[in-house]
Design a protein around this ligand. Structure first.
Ligand code: 5GP
Length: 218
């Protein structure tokens, strides 16, 4: 065996990185920035939703916008890894793309709520890493929702009301980040991802082969 042969990357299983937060805590910006960093090689899970499209959103990029009937059909065919009702609309994660990405040993990023997180944890806890993003204050959360100005005032009021309920779920998560400064929060998410990728249990068969090679080296 050549001395450099152990330097090949050690194969590991792909992981599911879940980001949850109340609306307005900056999760969409974080998600966008994480995806733009090509060195991270993250694939976004694009959810299906029955919510109507915002003007800034593109079908197939931000969500797959579906009728209630189509959503229910996907759900009954077990095409959804998880699903939930959030703010009066249905949201769900299509299963086949997740399985395809993970089987390549690559990682998937999810922007889903705590109800979906609970379901994914039930199905595949050892491959899941969960991060909860908090706003620095309720005042700032309200300001961010109002600045976005894409939702009607009654929708904003509903989202603020739900935020309290969602924030109370922080104890379910592996990591908690307060998003006061987006660059710092981004750095924190990246650090978590890099460390979690190195967790021994994710790459055990590959590490075992690597170590065997090391010890067999003459
Ligand atoms: P928004 O309507 O602002 O895009 O999303 C509202 C909430 O739905 C967010 O908290 C987001 O994380 C959550 N969400 C989006 N997609 C999914 C999904 O596929 N499953 C679940 N459980 N929640 C989702």
């Amino acid at each position: 065996m050549s001395p450099t042969s152990h330097n090949a990357p050690i194969h590991r299983r792909g992981l599911m990185l879940i980001l949850s937060s109340p609306s307005g805590a900056g999760k969409s910006t974080l998600t966008r920035d994480l995806l733009q960093d090509r060195t991270l090689d993250l694939t976004l899970s694009i959810s299906v939703t029955t919510r109507s499209r915002r003007t800034s959103e593109v079908d197939g990029i931000h969500y797959h916008f579906k009728s209630r009937q189509d959503f229910e059909r996907m759900r009954s065919q077990d095409d959804l890894l998880e699903w939930a009702e959030v703010h009066g609309n249905f949201y769900g994660t299509p299963r086949p793309p997740v399985e395809a990405v993970l089987s390549e040993g690559r990682d998937m990023l999810f922007d889903i709520d705590y109800q979906g997180t609970q379901q994914v944890l039930k199905r595949a806890a050892r491959d899941v890493v969960t991060i909860f993003i908090l706003p620095p204050s309720m005042k700032e959360l309200r300001a961010r929702l109002e600045r976005r100005a894409e939702d009607a005032p009654d929708v904003i009021a509903k989202r603020l009301e739900n935020a309290r309920h969602e924030i109370a779920r922080w104890t379910m998560y592996d990591y908690v980040i307060v998003n006061e400064d987006i660059q710092r929060a981004l750095g924190e998410v990246k650090s978590i991802l890099i460390a979690e990728r190195l967790r021994r249990t994710r790459g055990e068969p590959g590490i075992e082969r690597f170590v065997k090679g090391l010890l067999d080296e003459k």
